[in-house]
Design a protein around this ligand. Structure first.
Ligand code: CA2
Length: 145
């Protein structure tokens, strides 16, 4: 499998602030770990992070025909980006949405994901493990493609 892991705004700050919510691991360390996880399963993973909505839309569009699966944490765009939803629906690459925190245990405005309907599923509240769980879904032969 060729994975594209997309992280949205502020996730480059992982490990630097709010460790009680987002953990202690830095963004680069997370990417290296996910690449190693992919390699251990005969796969590859590339990481992309942007604080800009259009750049995330571009990355999703460019994934068509290049990647087998997208793992996406849209950050705050989760809650209002119709542009990211439309991009997910425009490509045939399946996507699992990941949230480090449990968005349902947080403020009301975080409960709604605008982007999740463009994904095969959503993992929320499992911490940084959620990224591996999402990859595991695609790696497992029982995972629906
Ligand atoms: O729980 C998640 O993964 C979120 O997607 C994170 C977003 C938030 O807006 C969503 O509601 C839920 C925020 C990402 C901010 O990341 C930071 C990481 C470290 C320090 C500060 C912010």
């Amino acid at each position: 499998m060729k994975f594209l892991i997309i992280n949205g705004p502020n996730l480059n700050l992982l490990g630097q602030r709010e460790p009680e919510v987002y953990g202690r691991e830095g963004y680069q360390a997370l990417c290296e770990r996910l690449k190693a996880f992919a390699a251990a399963h005969g796969s590859t993973a590339e990481c992309f992070q942007s604080n800009h909505e259009g750049a995330i839309v571009d990355a999703i569009q460019a994934a068509q025909g290049v990647y087998d699966a997208i793992i996406l944490n849209p950050g705050a765009y989760t809650h209002y980006s119709v542009a990211i939803l439309d991009a997910l629906k425009a490509v045939e690459v399946p996507c699992v949405e990941v949230h480090i925190s449990n968005i349902h245990r947080r403020e009301e405005f975080r409960h709604k994901s605008v982007t999740a309907p463009g994904c095969v599923g959503q993992i929320t509240g499992l911490g940084l493990y959620g990224y591996e769980a999402a990859m595991g879904y695609f790696l497992d032969p029982r995972g629906k493609r």
